[in-house]
Design a protein. Sequence first.
Length: 463
Amino acid sequence: MNKSIVLIVEDDPLQRRLIRGNLESEGFVVTDAADQASAVAEMRRLPAEIALVDYKLGRETGLDVIRLLLKENPALAPIMITAFASVETAVEAIKAGAYDYIVKPIDFKKLLLIIDRALERHRLRAEVQSLRETLVDKFSARNFVSASPAMEAVSRLMSKASQSDANVLITGETGTGKDLVARSIHFASRRAKGPFLAVNIPSLPESLIESELFGAEKGAFTGAGERKTGKFEAAGGGTLLLDEIGDLPLHLQVKLLRFLQDREFSRLGSTAVLRADVRVLAATNRDLEKAVSEGAFRADLFYRLDVIRIALPPLRERREDIPPLVDHFLRKYALREKKAVHGISEEALDMLVRHPYPGNVRELENAVERAVVFCENDMILSEDLPRSLTVRSEADSPFPGKAVSLEEKVKRLEIREIREALEASGGVKSAAARKLGITERMLSYKVKIYGLKPKSPEAGNPV
Ligand SMILES: Nc1ncnc2c1ncn2[C@@H]1O[C@H](COP(=O)(O)OP(=O)(O)O)[C@@H](O)[C@H]1O
Ligand SMILES: [Mg+2]
């Protein structure tokens, strides 16, 4: 049976009763109103999909009612009822936003057909709308948790950045949310319907960065069998995130600078000048100012990128964000796992709030995800948390248990530092080595002698 809701706005009580009776016998849920004010009130009480609105409502006109109802519920399909068919009335009704109109005396067979078509369109629209919203919603402000003053300031900067087309430099340790910030800016900007692409520079072999970004002509280098489209071309009309921009080799910094100044670039192996309408967002976990002073990063490029700076503080410096983030991730993973996990014990939350999070929000998210998966109650308990959170404190300084030699202490400390650096850099050795201030070779050596398997941060448990 049909359960769609129809609102009748008609000042003649006899007409109202007649229409209501007819629609109710067809299985519709019917509500009604005699004037503008009560029509709006009815719509708020029970959001109808269809409104049948009489053209003449005493001293008010149905056109105004239609406009007001559409303001309340933009997905509504209003149908105008008129006393006589005239082109003018029809045009007026459609202009006011009516889906169709019907002439009195009402032919109910015809009315049902009109309602059926309107409902069909209503459903299609709702479907398209919801598909689009899923994507936009994923990166909407509602999914960006910000409770601390520092993150509220970040939120405000993000909305400024979405309203502009300026370059943005996003800084912060790994896992602080740089990617999420970039995507959120894109999906709230006028480029939202265009593509969002991201390139993680250190993940590319140096010899391929240029062709990946700017494209390459056929045969431009060994292995380039076909012409290759670069990310700048592919991101046309949209946004390109250059992740870990600090790792961009100097000669490509020049090429990027040219693009940022003139919107022009050439494919590798060609001198033809190409243009692209791309907004560039850059992210880095390095101190770019320091890189500039050391000559590893061009100052002119730095200033070009640093128009709007969004600096994400490490999670340990904004612990107020932890409880709302826990809540956010708990809902997300309970929904995905289809589990009725509704909360977290005080003890477990306390542990989460105290942890230092070398891997920042990503580490917290992984911990909550794992806890939801392991949870056997309707609430997360401390034993559901990864051991890295519960055990780390013991492995920390006072070295519990027996007396430990200095050598052993140094070794443990070293292992911990290496593990954290690897975790914080998502297992990317070059980045971890940089963090630790040692060469990658040295890091590989230590990883080997200590038998530390570089693991993905998703793994949860400590090695
Ligand atoms: N403020 C936040 N609100 C909600 N989720 C967040 C927030 N910050 C980070 N996250 C989540 O943490 C994870 C890591 O964030 P990401 O943007 O990939 O960090 P980064 O790029 O800095 O390494 C992602 O799953 C992201 O959605
Ligand atoms: Mg990232």
